[in-house]
Design a protein around this ligand. Structure first.
Ligand code: ZN
Length: 185
């Protein structure tokens, strides 16, 4: 678990691709982590912050930093090209919103946004595409690195969840229109 993440391949690489962590040794959950049921009361245990018609946003269980979010389409696919236009737009809208929430709630000094397509590109989950949103603070790579193979996060995951959830939970005012629970799955 802990030892599976945060392997440093060199400072510069970590800086531009912080999501390139090793998930290989992490226990694999049954099924796809982006296709688990997204209905209460499963949301909090699954760290799912919000669900739109075609996408979901959740906290990364193996975060690089506090507030490390994953934004995935609801369609189980590894191919961007397989997303119909409306689903792609919904995904991008949620991505934009996730960045805005992170900036508002956590006030980072910067944000990494990226997507790894394929294991060779560093994807931990290779068959369901997803965006990473990683808030950054100057110097976080100095005190965040692995110490004794255990990454120390200053904030517990569920604390992060409770802090961010109101920004995604309806009826929290959605600047980009409706943001609703849907009933897929
Ligand atoms: Zn999936």
């Amino acid at each position: 678990m802990a030892e599976a993440r945060g392997r440093r391949d060199g400072g510069a690489e970590v800086l531009w691709a912080p999501w390139r962590m090793r998930y290989i040794e992490a226990p694999k959950p049954d099924g796809c982590i982006f296709c688990t049921p997204a209905e209460a009361p499963a949301l909090r245990p699954a760290l799912i912050l919000g669900v739109t018609a075609h996408a979901r946003v959740m906290l990364n269980k193996y975060p690089y930093n506090n507030g490390h979010l994953l934004i995935a389409p609801r369609r189980h696919t590894a191919q961007l090209a397989e997303l119909p236009e409306d689903e792609f737009r919904d995904l991008m809208s949620l991505l934009r919103r996730a960045v805005a929430v992170v900036e508002t709630a956590l006030r980072p000094q910067g944000v990494n946004v990226g997507m790894n397509l394929g294991a060779s590109a560093g994807a931990g989950v290779t068959d369901h595409l997803h965006w990473h949103v990683v808030p950054r603070w100057t110097g976080d790579t100095n005190f965040m690195p692995v110490v004794g193979a255990v990454r120390v996060l200053p904030q517990h995951l569920l604390d992060s969840y409770d802090q961010l959830r109101p920004y995604f939970a309806p009826p929290a005012a959605a600047p980009e229109g409706e943001f609703r629970h849907s009933h897929q799955r």
